[in-house]
Design a protein around this ligand. Structure first.
Ligand code: AMP
Ligand code: MG
Length: 444
């Protein structure tokens, strides 16, 4: 299983379809025994991209999602120009040209206007416009100056060398970036090269998060027996921030129906997505599941995966009541275990949020690496093991697991640079066998 959205195109449903309706569209949908792929197929049907656009300045555009195709208003570069400091000449004279007379200098930002005859050249700086009729540049290291003449190593040169063509980066009137592009540093620079000071982007996705569980301590609270500090709040905050979401932090919510109802109500009113952790496993004695069920259209899943088996998904209407025309927030009730939270986020939440952000799906890269250990597994569920990918002596990629794979053990997550994905039907892996690794470097 990769975190790729499924390729199967299902009949689009008029939104919003109920979870039951979506389930009916999926062959063999069984909330109690879902494959990881079925989860992705379901989620792809459950959400649509957020409507609306915003215009932001380029400094604010980093990590935003482009709302419309950008067509180049101009060509980049705007003229043929030199890629080197050297001498520009007419490539017609190659390969014979050995000695050329220097008749002028072309500087960057200052075109040289003169005419050049056969046997002549122009001294030229990087970025300067190629003078009329000249198409080739010899780097100054390959030219020997001798008074007003230069001797060039003509046999090392070809017509067009060291010349950058007008529009070779971007051509006026041609698409420069498609809608759905996540604007990284390179894309922001590219938009600037087109002279665009502002850009139309999708609204930022607002995601509200809270942790549940009576044993969960907020930082700063006095430790008490049986209680653990809330780590999920920080991993989820980080994961969401890296995705470019606006995070609304609602802290820890105690296992109390009134507090839970208030938290869900506030989250649904403020956010497009609600993420919680804890309280969704089978036999939970708390009120989280009951409250989700009461307030929204929510399915409780058991997924054939490890870590991460239980998960709740659905929609919680604004104000906590289902009525016609009410805006709903998408709900992800993640399991409580810290590593299960991160794995279910990467596998399911991330691609779903990308879809809501209107972003072109960008799965985490899946590499093949040789397993350094026997990885025991029975077919019938997808397993994710924390691993470190490196090179072996033969220069191939190898992966070693990071020790204790318990679903609460964050230290082995910290050491890892990827998750080994042992697919649903895969059995035990032997030493030296190739396995898929979902690389999360830079995302975690
Ligand atoms: P649950 O899914 O509620 O049964 O929780 C599973 C395990 O995860 C339990 O050991 C919880 O104590 C732990 N857990 C739940 N929420 C958090 C959290 N926010 N931070 C750290 N551990 C948690
Ligand atoms: Mg619990």
């Amino acid at each position: 299983m990769s975190d790729a959205m499924p390729q199967t195109v299902l009949k689009p449903l008029a939104m919003p379809a109920t979870l039951t309706q979506i389930g009916k569209q999926l062959a063999g949908y069984d909330p109690q025994a879902l494959t990881a792929d079925a989860v992705l197929a379901f989620l792809a049907q459950m959400v649509t991209p957020l409507a609306g656009t915003e215009t932001v300045s380029l400094f604010q555009a980093l990590d935003r999602v482009l709302a419309a195709d950008v067509i180049s208003p101009l060509s980049v570069p705007p003229h043929d120009n030199s890629a080197m400091d050297g001498y520009a000449f007419n490539g017609d004279s190659l390969p014979a040209a050995q000695s050329l007379q220097v008749v002028g200098t072309a500087l960057a930002g200052k075109a040289w206007q003169g005419q050049v005859q056969a046997g002549q050249c122009v001294k030229i700086m990087t970025g300067a416009i190629m003078p009329a009729g000249l198409d080739t540049v010899v780097a100054q290291e390959l030219a020997q100056v001798n008074g007003d003449r230069v001797e060039i190593a003509a046999r090392l040169l070809q017509r067009g060398d060291n010349r950058r063509l007008c529009g070779e980066d971007l051509m006026a009137g041609q698409p420069a970036l498609p809608a759905g592009t996540r604007l990284g540093p390179a894309a922001c620079g590219l938009l600037a090269s087109l002279g665009l000071a502002q850009v139309s982007v999708r609204p930022r996705l607002k995601v509200a998060y809270f942790s549940t569980g009576d044993e969960i301590l907020s930082l700063g609270e006095a430790p008490r027996e049986g209680a653990v500090f809330d780590s999920n709040r920080y991993t989820v905050h980080g994961l969401l921030t890296r995705m470019g979401c606006e995070v609304l932090d609602l802290g820890v919510v105690r296992d109390d129906p009134a507090l839970l109802e208030a938290a869900f109500g506030q989250a649904a009113a403020l956010a497009d997505v609600i993420i919680t952790s804890g309280g969704v496993s089978v036999g939970e004695a708390d009120f989280t599941k009951a409250m989700m069920k009461k307030l929204g259209d929510v399915a409780f899943w058991r997924i054939a995966m490890r870590p991460g088996r239980p998960m709740a998904v659905g929609r919680i209407p604004q104000g906590g009541r289902s009525s016609e025309g009410d805006r709903s927030a998408v709900l992800f009730g993640l399991p409580g275990n810290p590593v299960a939270v991160m794995v279910t986020f990467l596998a399911f939440v991330r691609p779903t949020l990308q879809r809501m952000m209107g972003m072109t799906h960008a799965p985490l890269p899946l590499l093949k690496a040789r397993s350094q250990a026997v990885l025991r597994k029975k077919p019938g569920r997808t397993e994710y093991q924390r691993g470190i990918v490196s090179h072996n002596a033969q220069g191939e990629l190898q992966v070693i697991i990071t020790g204790n794979q318990g679903s609460g053990v964050l230290s082995s997550m910290v050491q890892a640079n990827g998750l080994i994905v042992l697919h649903h039907d895969q059995a035990t892996t032997q030493v030296g066998e190739w396995v898929d690794v979902m690389m999360f470097d830079g995302h975690l």
